[in-house]
Design a protein around this ligand. Structure first.
Ligand SMILES: Cc1ncc(COP(=O)(O)O)c(C=O)c1O
Length: 290
């Protein structure tokens, strides 16, 4: 593992942050999970622009702006030296006295961690994921906006914990109106009669970059695709369903609340989207070369 911290790249074990960083004390900060495929950082500009939007929402001035963050990601990924890698970029509120007040923290801290990618177990990918609808709901935007990829991930952590305790692989999280928001750290798609649908961000979904890539690929492949509100019934009625995320990529869903979906996963549409995504990540226009 290589880590960019305080202006230089060090080995993972050497990277330490002070305990008075408000990222640790209050989850006050932001992060991005980014992949390196074939020596190119996949859709780096989209990740940086999502981070910059989150920083504006939290009132954090990015030190050096997006340009500095881009250079830090590339420097750390180069130091790691592998053509396939996972990048975790963090911006915390920085150090300050005890007390939630962010105005007491003069300078945000940037951290960039690059490590080998940890994939879903192959056996789980092959059989498809079992989801349960968890009791915990995604907070609405006027409580904690799910579109901001902040360091405050307890909602996802507790949703995942509930899913695991109930014997499932992953959580289906609803919003307060009972509409599907997303999974713990991935977006949800359903496929019915060859048409794709995914919940709109207003229903509590992060504007995932894999989600966006899948919507673009659906258009290229000629599958009609739309953002629309979904209920659990849409999953039960689906021919296929899958999750998307930087870590997970595209993972078929086998069941929801112990009811198996119509197609044995991965279904034909999921397979063609997945194959197209594997080609997309190799396209030079999609990545920033190390
Ligand atoms: C809550 C949440 N939803 C969805 C996603 C998927 O987004 P992306 O495809 O940009 O990784 C993530 C990624 O970490 C996430 O944390």
């Amino acid at each position: 593992m290589k880590v960019w911290i305080d202006g230089k790249v060090v080995e993972g074990a050497e990277a330490k942050i002070p305990v008075n960083d408000h990222g640790l004390l209050y989850g006050d900060g932001l992060f991005e999970g980014i992949r390196v495929y074939g020596g190119r950082v996949f859709r780096l500009d989209l990740h940086l622009s999502r981070l910059a939007a989150g920083a504006r929402a939290l009132g954090i001035a990015l030190p050096g702006g997006v340009g500095a963050l881009r250079a830090i990601v590339l420097e750390t990924a180069r130091a790691f030296g592998a053509s396939e890698a996972y990048v975790r970029l963090l911006v915390t509120r920085g150090e300050g006295p005890l007390g939630v007040d962010p105005t007491t923290c003069p300078s945000p801290r940037i951290l960039c961690i690059v490590d080998a990618i940890r994939l879903y177990p192959a056996e789980q990918l092959a059989r498809g994921l079992d989801l349960v609808t968890v009791s915990l709901r995604r907070p609405p935007a006027d409580v904690l906006d799910p579109r901001v990829k902040s360091l405050n991930y307890l909602n996802s952590v507790l949703a995942k914990l509930e899913a695991k305790r109930r014997g499932a692989d992953e959580a289906l999280i609803l919003n307060l109106e009972g509409r599907v928001a997303e999974a713990s750290v991935a977006n949800v798609f359903v496929v019915r009669d060859g048409r794709l649908a995914t919940p709109p961000p207003a229903d509590g979904a992060l504007e995932g970059i894999t989600r966006r890539s899948v919507l673009e690929l659906a258009a290229r492949l000629g599958f009609p695709a739309e953002e629309r509100s979904l209920g659990r019934a849409d999953l039960f009625a689906a021919d296929e369903a899958f999750l998307t995320g930087t870590g997970a990529r595209i993972v078929a869903i086998r069941s929801l609340d112990q009811a198996e979906l119509a197609s044995k996963p991965p279904g034909p549409v999921t397979r063609s989207i997945d194959a197209a995504f594997s080609e997309l990540v190799k396209e030079p226009a999609m990545g920033t070369a190390l």
